[in-house]
Design a protein. Structure first.
Length: 542
């Protein structure tokens, strides 16, 4: 048995979740559900990032403490992920005392192992605000591409930055021009791992192309040592004398959440966290958007190498961006589809289906209300729901709701068994869209099978043939509920109830003849296409 570790990126607890963020995280749940169906041991963790500078900025805007902000959004995130069917083994938060303890332990261990070193550095300082400025409090132009950028990263060209590198620097708080002052800080010796990380990236197997390309670019440019501490008033304290008022930088602290969450889960369950972090017998997946690539492919692996004897990432599932009606999501301009709103109005599996079938797996993709509603009506309702419901309604009418005696069509059985193998391999390699498309291509062929067999005529002309047809349809439906459970868990649970099935598995199953169907209901309701214009207009007038 393999131990499967899955780490989902930690959303900033400074605003509601929008659909673009969920699109980058959903693959983690699909992969976790799949491996559990296979019978593997899975640990799937994530949490809310409660220490980022955006939270301090939001708290300042509202005139409240950062804790007020993080409580509000952490609770909302938990609720949204629960409603979306995310099957985290633990969803925690970075302001949890246990996380602070683990981060400080990691800091001391890196210090002992010679991976951290102290030096006096120039830091941006605002004389008007009388404070050192966190990186995100410094704005200006990227020195590499000239675009507007923050002091930590340029979103336009993905360059990792230091605030002092920015051109035309200004303080986000007062818009003044910051100066610089010397301050003692610890640095993570990233450059020390240049060769090891080059080998690590060269041997990458199971990484998305964007992760490989961007990581190699940073390596070609040469890794620069990065600050591991900062002058901040919100975060994890540096556990050293003389460093009062300084915090462990979020770049080091947030990614360490994967380890702290694993240890917290183990403590709560009386389990071993080591079995998910040992070098052998473990497969580790990291799920995030492309803006988080360097943290997961370079910084976190460098920390793990510095700790020694812990498992490095195997699969980097880094999604591209999701746009909205052709434009980039913008929380500041309220150009977004907020997850709480979507969950109030639409079925969860409709959202999950769209975000996998049309999501930003290998390229930027667009969410449009037209595509979302036509996707639901055409694929979920028109193909999947239609096949399930028409087959079970026939059994209700023609066989009084009892699964007829018969033998599954051998070709259909072969195709189903092949789907488990093919779709499983695709999921394991992060090719979720192709896996889902493969199942739906089969579903469309199943609708054709019913049309060709015409059970409504067979019942009059050849009762045995009709029984075999509908028996075959039941076996297909039973196996589709396994194959689609990672993607569409709520619909599949309904099917298990219809058929009286026990827990799903990733292997061919048969539903016995003579079993009575439970109450069958429609899997999906049609969405009135008039809602397309209604939603677009609402978006434009928010």
């Amino acid at each position: 048995m393999m131990s499967i570790f899955i780490g989902g990126a930690w959303p900033y607890a400074n605003g509601s979740l929008h659909l673009g963020r969920v699109a980058s995280l959903l693959p983690g749940d699909v992969i976790a559900r799949y491996f559990r169906l296979k019978g593997e041991e899975v640990l799937y963790v994530s949490g809310s990032d409660c220490h980022g500078t955006p939270i301090s900025i939001q708290a300042n805007k509202e005139g409240v403490s950062p804790k007020v902000i993080t409580d509000r959004y952490h609770n909302e995130f938990e609720d949204c992920f629960h409603q979306m069917g995310f099957s985290y083994d633990l969803y925690t938060r970075t302001d949890h005392p246990f996380h602070h303890e683990v981060v400080q332990q990691v800091f001391n261990q890196l210090l002992d192992n010679g991976v951290l070193y102290k030096k006096a550095v120039e830091q941006t300082y605002c004389d008007n605000c009388v404070r050192f400025l966190p990186d995100r409090y410094v704005e200006g132009n990227c020195p590499q591409c000239g675009s507007a950028a923050r002091g930590d990263q340029c979103d336009a060209c993905s360059a990792l930055l230091d605030p002092l590198e920015l051109h035309n620097r200004s303080c986000k708080l007062c818009k003044g021009s910051p100066s610089s002052r010397l301050s003692d800080h610890y640095f993570l010796a990233l450059s020390k791992f240049q060769t090891e990380l080059e080998n690590f990236v060269d041997q990458a197997d199971g990484w998305r192309e964007n992760a490989i390309g961007l990581s190699k670019r940073y390596l070609r440019e040469g890794l620069q040592d990065r600050a591991a501490t900062r002058d901040l008033d919100w975060g994890v304290d540096v556990p050293l004398e003389g460093f009062d008022g300084k915090k462990i930088y979020v770049w080091v602290e947030a990614v360490t959440g994967y380890l702290s969450a694993s240890k917290l889960w183990a403590n709560q369950r009386g389990e071993s966290w080591e079995k998910f972090w040992s070098k052998e017998g473990v497969k580790a997946y990291y799920i995030h958007g492309k803006d988080n690539i360097p943290f997961h492919t370079l910084i976190w692996p460098a920390i793990l190498l510095g700790l020694k004897n812990v498992h490095l990432p195997d699969h980097i599932i880094s999604s591209e961006f999701l746009t909205l009606e052709g434009k980039k999501f913008s929380t500041s301009r309220n150009w977004a589809v907020w997850v709480p709103y979507l969950l109030q109005r639409y079925e969860v599996d409709s959202i999950r289906y769209f975000l996998i079938a049309n999501g930003p797996e290998n390229r930027d993709t667009d969410f449009s209300w037209r595509e979302f509603i036509y996707s639901h009506n055409g694929e979920l309702l028109g193909a999947f729901g239609n096949f399930v419901n028409r087959s079970l309604v026939f059994i209700g009418k023609l066989y009084e709701g009892t699964i007829p005696l018969g033998v599954i069509d051998s070709s259909m059985k072969d195709q189903l068994e092949d789907l488990y193998t093919r779709c499983g391999a695709l999921i394991e390699n992060g090719k979720l869209k192709e896996s889902l498309d493969t199942v739906f291509a089969f579903i469309r062929s199943c609708n054709k099978y019913v049309d060709d067999q015409k059970p409504w005529n067979q019942i009059k002309e050849n009762v045995d043939a009709c029984s075999h047809t509908l028996h075959t349809c039941v076996q297909i439906i039973a196996n589709l509920s396994n194959l689609l459970e990672p993607f569409l868990p709520f619909s599949c649970r309904k099917i298990w109830d219809f058929l009286g099935l026990s827990d799903p598995t990733w292997a061919y199953v048969e539903c016995p003849s003579g079993r009575e169907l439970n109450q069958v209901e429609v899997l999906f309701q049609r969405i009135d296409v008039s809602q397309i214009e209604e939603e677009v207009q609402r978006l434009k007038h928010i």
